[in-house]
Ligand binder design. Structure first.
Ligand code: ADP
Ligand code: MG
Length: 387
């Protein structure tokens, strides 16, 4: 049954429209967003789809086809950050968007929302951003707010940061809102300027596989805050506002400066990762612009080593994907996203995709790990109206 038909069953009338917003996977540039650096995500074919209608009585009703919970009924003028809404707190994501819009001065007098998503949750593929962005898109149109895609992404990020209470950067929402088919989205996290970088895998006989390890190690939350603080300390000692301002050409000198200043060795490692990953984003853009997609393989591999050894956010499952992919003929591979589990990406010749997938599945089986989920990341379009 379509999402619109489910809406009709649930609320007893026709939705005003149906919108979709995708999950994303990051090609290169990890933890660089909060350092005001560069990232390059692409939108997945997997989307959150929402059927929505506006209301005039201040009531917000929220329902997900994917969660076993009744309709959450809220009042828009009573939305409060960091409260729990609905079972498992899922309703905080769309409710947070309503709150962020209203907090920015937009008039939202209520809505009925029913959604369903094909974005795997908790796999580092931003199912949360998909929920937020689809809600923001729908309300922007229904209430004729006239906000641009980047403006909606920033409001969606604010919903997640302030209302849900998750300290994420803006990459996920920007990717979900602004990506286009056949491209990766180059994003400068300082001024939110973007460029669509051609990333047409199919015509080159290539495939980008996502390997969802289906694990999430506990370490994650504290580790993120700790990396963030370490990066801030590095920037302070180097006399820049953010690590984005440390030129790659001066990396060796900057690391020497940090060592002389007596900072903890981990700060040196974090700085080396951030500055070199910003540089890898620029390198990948050059290569994609020149049409040489295969040449990004070694850059992806280097990125993984940096995340594993310098930022230290990998885990045995992610390392096993990357090592096995490399040994079974992949062009390049790295973990992607926040780390400590989640997903890895693997660039392969289309003809090798099956063999590499089998090698990874066999290696996981042998190691006694949960079987990962493997699927192709086809660079897809961002948020849009479906009907
Ligand atoms: P990720 O964004 O990497 O998938 P998060 O932990 O940021 O992981 O977001 C996952 C949360 O988003 C889920 O726990 C749930 O609260 C919410 N969510 C995602 N998809 C859905 C859905 N289809 N229906 C209801 N809630 C969802
Ligand atoms: Mg998320």
């Amino acid at each position: 049954m379509s999402v619109a038909a489910q809406f009709r069953d649930l609320y007893g009338y026709e939705p005003a429209g149906v919108w979709a917003a995708p999950g994303r996977v990051n090609l290169i540039g990890e933890y660089t967003d909060f350092n005001e650096g560069f990232v390059m995500p692409l939108a997945l074919p997997h989307t959150a789809v929402a059927a929505v209608a506006r209301r005039t009585d201040g009531v917000l009703r929220l329902h997900s086809a994917d969660i076993d919970a009744p309709v959450a009924e809220l009042r828009v003028d009573e939305l409060t950050p960091l409260s729990k809404y609905g079972q498992g707190g899922w309703a905080a994501y769309p409710a947070g968007v309503v709150w962020a819009l209203r907090d920015a001065g937009h008039v939202i007098t209520g809505a009925d929302i029913h959604l369903a998503s094909t974005v795997p949750t908790g796999a580092g593929l931003s199912s949360s951003a998909a929920l937020e962005v689809v809600t923001a898109y729908a309300l922007n149109e229904l209430y004729e707010l006239g906000l641009t895609a980047p403006e909606l992404a920033v409001l969606a990020q604010r919903a997640e940061n302030v209302f849900v209470g998750v300290p994420c950067g803006v990459m996920d929402q920007m990717a979900s809102a602004c990506a286009t088919e056949g491209h990766a989205l180059y994003l400068d996290c300082r001024d939110l300027s973007t460029r669509q970088v051609p990333f047409d895998l199919a015509s080159q006989g290539l495939r980008l596989l996502v390997v969802d390890t289906r694990v999430k190690h506990e370490l994650g939350d504290g580790a993120y805050a700790e990396r963030r603080a370490g990066c801030e300390e590095g920037a302070r000692v180097l006399g820049v506002s953010h690590l984005r301002d440390v030129p790659f050409a001066e990396l060796a000198d900057s690391l020497a400066t940090l060592e002389q200043a007596g900072v903890d060795e981990k700060v040196v490692r974090y700085v080396r990762h951030i500055v070199s990953d910003d540089h890898r984003v620029e390198r990948v853009i050059e290569l994609l612009d020149s049409g040489d997609v295969r040449a990004i393989g070694p850059v992806l591999n280097d990125g993984h080593v940096s995340l594993r050894d310098d930022l230290r956010i990998s885990c045995p499952e992610l390392d096993l994907v990357v090592a096995t992919a490399g040994a079974s003929g992949a062009i390049g591979a790295r973990m992607t996203g926040g780390g400590f589990g989640g997903s890895a990406i693997v660039l392969v010749e289309t003809g090798d995709a099956e063999a590499v997938t089998k090698a990874v599945l066999d290696a996981f089986d042998e190691a006694g790990f949960t079987a990962p989920r493997v699927f192709p990341a086809v660079p897809s379009r961002g948020a849009r109206r479906e009907s």
